[in-house]
Design a protein around this ligand. Sequence first.
Ligand code: GTP
Ligand code: MG
Length: 222
Amino acid sequence: MDLTLWQYQFRIIMLGDSTVGKSSMLKRYTEDLFLESINQTVGVDFYVHFLEVERGVRVKLQFWDTAGQERFRSVTRSYYRNSVGGLLVFDITSRASFDHVTEWHSEVCERVQPHKVLFVLVGHKSDREAEGERAVSREEAERLAGHLGMPYMEASAKTGQNVRESFELLTRRVYQGLLSGEVELQEGWDGVKCAAPQALQLQRASVSRPSTAPEKKKKCCQ
Ligand code: GTP
Ligand code: MG
């Protein structure tokens, strides 16, 4: 199968304070690499990854990796509106990064209206728990995630623990949102795109689609 063929493109934004490890999570996910001395992000970086969310349904994930530093905020804010999913990251060893989660969340929600961004909250650098460095308990983080209406995962780009799982959870959440109608495709909004019909025809020739494909999906891509 040609790996560049896809049925959906989801735009996903990485959010959270500087140094919580947003770029490191993406590097681990897309290249299976971890760098102790990774550069701070300047403005926004781009990453791409493909994921099959169900048999024959390939999603192109386009990641916008924003700089956490305040001085880049005017640039990074302009990327909120065309995102369908957000990975909201804090560092479990940094109380301040956890305290700022609510601010990140409300800033995004205000700016994307009438659209909606679906989130997953990630407590990152879980490997540092072993060093006794944890400053935010799992229970507290789970409570906040529940309050904000999003799932919570603990991950580490250093060990690789739960990195793929966090991105896949978010992708599946968006996909389910699309099927249920929670996420709506609208003119002039690029959070979700559907593949060109000719690409789909090629794909259909090699992959049989489930016969129970929901109506929403058919409307979008056929
Ligand atoms: P900005 O680009 O400034 O917003 O920062 P960022 O959130 O992208 O953080 P980045 O990925 O640049 O990581 C910051 C530092 O944390 C680097 O020194 C990384 O090596 C380190 N780091 C990232 N992930 C982990 C992790 O899972 N565990 C540990 N122990 N360190 C990590
Ligand atoms: Mg970065």
